[in-house]
Ligand binder design. Structure first.
Ligand SMILES: [Cu+2]
Length: 170
């Protein structure tokens, strides 16, 4: 027992030394070749960070649906606990491609505008996924800040047709 505790401390110490209070967050933006910039969720973001697959996660089933020209996520309101990993099990039950991008409302609205200029841009980031009709996928995310966040399909026209929802973190 004592032995393993020391081993843990030895691993943890250099990490602690690096993460001083003034350290910038490990979130970075980069510009795609088409000029479409977006933030890659490789670390902390204003809405949390990728979940650790080894941690126990809450599972939420999320379906992408279409009916009579309307598009939606079911459910479109999700409540999660701050700090607890969430496994989104996604299913595209429609006849068109759909995607999900998790972010702040501000980020997603800005991103939606960029998507109008580059409609072929596809997302496969820790906080986003695009699915063909009938396909399923998964996102593992950890919301580390309380607040209300957004998830949207940013394929042009889809958000306007109803494909967005909110995540309430408490
Ligand atoms: Cu869509």
């Amino acid at each position: 027992m004592k032995h393993s505790l020391i081993a843990c401390l030895m691993i943890a110490l250099p990490t602690l030394a690096l993460a001083g209070p003034g350290e910038p967050v490990h979130s970075h933006s980069h510009e795609h070749a088409d000029g479409h910039a977006h933030s890659h969720a490789s670390g902390d973001t204003p809405f949390g960070k990728p979940g650790n697959p080894r941690m126990k996660a809450q599972t939420i089933d999320l379906r992408m649906v279409e009916s009579h020209g309307a598009m939606a996520f079911e459910p479109n309101e999700i409540k999660v606990k701050k700090g607890e990993p969430v496994r989104f099990r996604l299913a595209n039950a429609g006849l068109l491609d759909h995607e999900i991008v998790i972010g702040t409302l501000e980020m997603n609205l800005k991103h939606a505008e960029e998507m109008k200029k580059n409609p072929d841009m596809e997302h496969d980031d820790p906080n986003g996924k695009r699915l063909s009709p009938g396909k399923t996928g998964e996102i593992l995310w950890r919301f580390t800040k309380a607040g209300t966040f957004d998830f949207s399909c940013l394929i042009p026209g889809h958000r306007e047709a109803g494909m967005s929802g909110k995540i309430i973190v408490k």
